[in-house]
Design a protein around this ligand. Structure first.
Ligand SMILES: [Zn+2]
Length: 305
């Protein structure tokens, strides 16, 4: 069996066939954690998990791009959330979503479900950012605050954290280091979809975090050598994930059961997590069964499932 530790079957991309996708996955012995990115998708992840007796779990959290900083325009991805309001006069469907501030009590209430195994995804995302130096500082500070509130919730509920980090490792490492050393906070978690340097990888490993790999390892990203990163990540710290509907592994395209397009790309789904396991097995010089067993044990250990 395999565990897709980062899926989004709670997203709008699966609006019409989420149950089918899940059944297909369970038949293939692939369990999953559906990860929330806003209150709405977190709630949906919990509702889905509660429908199944076994194998389907949820994480609840507020993704930094959905955090209302008042400083950048937030555009909804229709694969994530259904259209809310169309901008008047706009020809294409560009939806301006309202950002959220982190409603601690509401998320805590959701996290009471036994199916909730983590807080997240939370972290930093500096991809869309304000241009002026002063606004950028406030923007970063607001994301830091959103993250710290969620770290507090994780601590209160004794849950691991699923971290999202884009173009911001320095700041995330600083926050986590401060939490772990100065405040002595017991933090467990995973760096989902890790894209960073070997040095940054080392810092996260030293702090005890797991590293999540998905379809991005098949991409060419300047300055990033995924093979080296995987070689340098100890086996007992590797988690596999899809981040579906995004990051479809290229190898799965020919075998795609359901040629559904979502936001102009071939929709990924949890069953394709096997391609991530295959690739990691090859890099680590192990067979598929060994990687499947190790990564499943890792996921069960971190998420207490
Ligand atoms: Zn995600």
């Amino acid at each position: 069996m395999l565990i897709d530790t980062h899926a989004h079957v709670n997203f709008n991309a699966y609006k019409s066939d989420a149950d089918e996708v899940i059944r297909r996955s369970l038949n293939d012995e692939v369990w999953m954690i559906n990860v929330g990115t806003s209150y709405r998708t977190s709630k949906k992840a919990v509702e889905i998990a509660e429908k199944y007796e076994k194998g389907i779990y949820a994480a609840v959290g507020l993704h930094p791009i959905h955090l209302d900083t008042g400083l950048v325009k937030i555009k909804n991805d229709p694969a994530e959330l259904p259209s809310a309001t169309h901008e008047a006069g706009a020809e294409e469907i560009i939806i301006r979503a309202r950002g959220e501030s982190f409603a601690y009590d509401k998320y805590r209430e959701l996290a009471k479900s036994k199916k909730v195994v983590a807080i997240g995804e939370t972290g930093f995302d500096y991809y869309y950012r304000p241009k002026t130096k002063r606004k950028l500082e406030i923007f970063k500070e607001k994301q830091r605050l959103g993250l710290c509130q969620q770290l507090n919730l994780a601590k209160e509920l004794n849950l691991p954290v699923i971290f999202h980090c884009r173009m911001a490792h320095q700041d995330l490492i600083e926050v986590l280091n401060l939490q772990l050393t100065t405040y002595n906070l017991q933090l467990k978690g995973v760096m989902h979809c890790f894209v960073g340097s070997l040095e940054q990888l080392q810092r996260y490993l030293e702090m005890g975090f797991y590293i999540g790999f998905d379809g991005i390892i098949f991409k060419k990203i300047e300055g990033i050598d995924f093979e080296e990163i995987i070689k340098n990540t100890p086996l007992d710290k590797i988690l596999i994930e899809t981040d579906c509907p995004y990051l479809t592994p290229p190898i799965s395209v020919n075998q795609h059961l359901n040629q559904q397009e979502s936001a102009g790309m071939l929709r990924n789904e949890p069953i394709f997590v096997k391609y991530i396991a295959e690739r990691i097995a090859k890099i680590k010089g192990l067979n598929f069964e060994e990687i499947a067993k190790i990564t499943t044990e890792n996921a069960k250990r971190l998420f207490n499932i």
